[in-house]
Design a protein. Sequence first.
Lengths: 102, 488
Amino acid sequence: MSSIPMEYYLILSAFMFSVGVAGVLIRRNAIVVFMCIELMLNSANLTLVTFSSYLGNSIGQVFVFFVMTVAAAEAAVGLAIIIAIFRNKKTVNIDEINIFKW
Amino acid sequence: MKRERGQIKNDTNMPQNNYEYFLLMPQLIIAVGIVLSVLVELTTKKSEQILPWLSIALFVAAAFDSILNINQNFVLFGGMIEVGGKPAIFNFIFNIGAALVVLSSIDYLKKYGAYFGEYYILVQSSVLGMMVMSGAKDILMIFMGLELMSICFYVLAGINRKKLSANEASMKYFLLGAFATGFIVYGIALIYGATGTTSIQNLVENFVTYSSNIIFILGFVFFLVGFSFKIAAVPFHMWVPDVYHGSATSVTSLMSTTGKTAAFSVLIIMLSAVFSGASNVFRPYFATISALSMLFGSVVAISQTNLKRMLAYSSIAHAGYMAIGLAAGNIFSVAGIIFYLAAYVFMNIGAFTIISIVEGENDSKTDLNSFAGLNAKSPILAALMALFMFALAGIPPLAGFFGKYYVFISAIQSHLTWLAILGVLSSVISVYFYIRVVVFMYFKESVEDFKIQISPYSLTAVIITALLVLVFGILPDTLMNVITSVLH
């Protein structure tokens, strides 16, 4: 791993994070938006593991386990919410879910 | 668990090892209570009648345990969590606030169609998350506490899953809350990369050195953006009106008060180096979001006819006033923010509880028109609502006035006079929409004819909050002395 410079990993994760942010802002399907959020969390995980490896301490790797656990819990709740809204509304398009305005 | 902590010495204030769990009693009370509540929910048929009282007992016990041990200020478990001192005050606010919310939701939830025992378990879990956040001494704890609180709030917002408005609120809250979490985790990753540790002790000690590190600054800004979502500051506020409007009123009162307090407690912890004298590199950021939030919240609230939505915008404005304290960044401003938060929690819980009493079935009767002529229908509710509106507007001698006063003074001390002037200006604007509610209640004829069923539990909760707002307003020194004594 040490043959590849740290910057490569960091640039890749920054790119993944940007894709995630752009996806959340652009896409209109709730599930795709949620996938983009997971991408953001995973890019943070990659950053943590990279730093952990290059700094030579394990805190970052432990943190990644916590992030993954929390992401799983969040996915469970999030998908349940999306299913609940789909049952009532028969759509998961964010633009059509608009009872509340301004 | 043994962890390498390198440069950090946990020499100061460490208790004897087997003594740690006693000091963690408030958190343990709630944690054991959650397990107990799940068992009650599983084994009994009438859990929705038992659990509210169990929750209130747990909250009150945890609140008094933390406030009685306020002088036992220790850092436990190898620099993970702090007990006593500042966290004790926050724990007291969270627990008393949650107890009042639970008391007011007993009868409200029947009306709302969410008469489940699970509601109370979720409230308890979210309070545990807040307590973990306010005592965090490691960024890992901040993250875990934040997620425990937020995930419970996502579910609570949509507690009635058959209701489309609740579904929509829940989904908006979830998507934007998780989006903010993404920013926070990425920020934490960069902070970890720049510092090599997640310890807040280390962050505070070497804050000045790190301030010249671009990766650290970048990570911290990501972290602050994520938390700006959580405190509902402009320009990260777009979820607030919809979520506060669509959720059950009792849930709104919980997440708009204690949830925001927990987010502010984290910001205070992360910036504690700034508050003890380091130069505030993030001052432009906080000054901008606080100026925008105050003005935007106050101006847009004028155009709202729904009271829940109006209070949502007012809550944005209040986040702005509190962020003045973060921009000022001196020891006096921490005390001001904590006082403001305590006052804000009780004012807002009171106002939302009155809305929940007047509210009819299916989210009806939350409009301004439903409050027209309230004085004729129920003089006591009208008087209490007027009290909370005056307090939120910041009219002396009520608690809201002193909150604003302390924060503005701290801004002037840090040479941010322009921000204090903006704060006063937007307070003046905000008086318009708060007083309009009072005008509707007292000077307008009733337009909608309906009877108000006053629940005795909710009324008790409102009266307790009103007393607290009055006491904090008339005798602000009692609370202020406690706060300043733990900050030194």
